[in-house]
Write a protein that binds this ligand. Structure first.
Ligand code: SAM
Ligand code: DTB
Ligand code: SF4
Length: 336
């Protein structure tokens, strides 16, 4: 049944324990509740972005401390990917502060993708809007996932971003899908949007056909100098509700606690994992902002009996995880 914004708002409004219980039940029908997919992020082109996204420290229109740097070399990126692999990441995600890639830059990114694939890591890239033929070039190089977020509801979108439209974003998502890439698409909460906007975002994500394989839920990182720096923080239980509702509406997708984990208590993260989050970014920085230390994530995984998925386990997960629904887990296996 199609989810409407209204029906999703009703999910949000349910008593907290009913919502969590149902989300966790659905979670177990599709995944092993103890396995968390781990991605590592690298900013391959930092700062100086021409776009005006109100949340973003990398826009050149905002007065932040982020420098404008050149695109990294293939060697630099490959060295970072080797480190990420040694630290237990299964997927290596590359972000670039562009409106979209120029052909010459895209060529270098395709070289990065091919080299990282050779290490046995899954690859993901987030390079902004793609033009005709660009998604195909990335697919040919062996890219697994392309990340492009809808960010918020269509109604709230214009209050945060003026330089590209919701339609532009849908067009890129369609190109990515047509090229045969897996789609990573989510949004940001805590930007001053209403619950209806959060429901509207999830309705848009769930209406993508097929739904995105990976759904990052970012909690706004309030960076000094950005227009959203003074936003009041989102009520923590509302964040957990957002994860739970995303799990219910996107039952087979990986739901990621993306940005914003740095400020979250262990208890809040544990509630998110229970509510259906089963993916995180690991490593000291996201693109430009801090992320929890790996040792802290490992300690929490050990306390909760969570373990990381092996690289490339996604395809197998659909079958083995179903068999493991009633698996009580064999104790914590902390990622290396
Ligand atoms: N420039 C490309 C684009 O915007 O499509 C790719 C990189 S961009 C930084 C990727 C995503 O990071 C954005 O869509 C947004 O959801 C998220 N993001 C950026 N700044 C953030 C912040 N301060 N807090 C939370 N999420 C943020
Ligand atoms: C996504 O949804 N979140 C990641 C990834 N996709 C590229 C980025 C989060 C960025 C947070 C702000 C920063 O570190 O600059
Ligand atoms: Fe540029 Fe992406 Fe940041 Fe928007 S979110 S300002 S497009 S780097």
């Amino acid at each position: 049944m199609a989810h409407t914004t209204h029906s999703i708002e009703e999910l949000f409004a349910r008593p907290f324990f009913d919502l969590l219980f149902e989300a966790h039940t659905v979670h177990r029908q599709h995944f092993c509740a103890h396995e968390i997919q781990i991605s590592t992020l690298l900013s391959i082109k930092t700062g100086g972005c021409p776009e005006d996204c109100g949340y973003c420290p990398q826009s050149r229109r905002h007065d932040t401390d982020v420098p404008d740097e050149a695109l990294l070399s293939v060697e630099e990126v490959l060295a970072a990917a080797r480190r990420a692999k040694a630290n237990g990441a299964g997927r290596f995600c590359m972000g670039a502060a562009w409106r979209g890639p120029k052909e010459r830059d895209l060529k270098r990114v395709t070289e990065m993708v091919a080299a990282i694939r050779g290490l046995g890591l899954e690859t993901c890239a987030t390079l902004g809007l793609l033009r005709e033929g660009q998604a195909e070039q990335l697919a040919e190089a062996g890219l697994d996932y392309y990340n492009h977020n809808l960010d918020t509801s269509p109604e709230f979108y214009g209050k945060v971003i003026g330089t590209r439209t919701y339609e532009d974003r849908h067009e890129t998502l369609a190109r990515v899908r047509r090229a045969g890439l897996k789609v990573c698409c989510g949004g940001i909460v805590g930007m001053g949007e209403t619950r209806r906007d959060r429901a509207g975002l999830i309705a848009e994500l769930a209406a993508l056909d097929p739904p995105p394989e990976s759904v990052p839920i970012n909690l706004l990182v309030r960076v000094p100098g950005t227009p959203l720096m003074d936003q009041p923080s989102l009520e923590p239980f509302e964040f957990v509700r957002t994860i739970a509702v995303a799990r219910l509406c996107l039952p087979a997708s990986r739901v990621r606690i993306a940005a914003g984990r740095e400020g979250m208590s262990e208890e809040l993260q544990a509630l998110c994992y229970f509510a259906g989050a089963n993916s995180i970014f690991s490593g000291d920085v996201l693109l430009t902002t801090p992320n929890p230390k790996r040792a802290a994530d490992e300690a929490l995984f050990a306390k909760l009996g969570l373990r990381s998925c092996a690289a490339g386990a996604e395809a197998a997960a659909a079958t083995t995880d179903r068999a493991a629904i009633h698996d009580e887990g064999s104790g914590p296996r902390v990622h290396a």
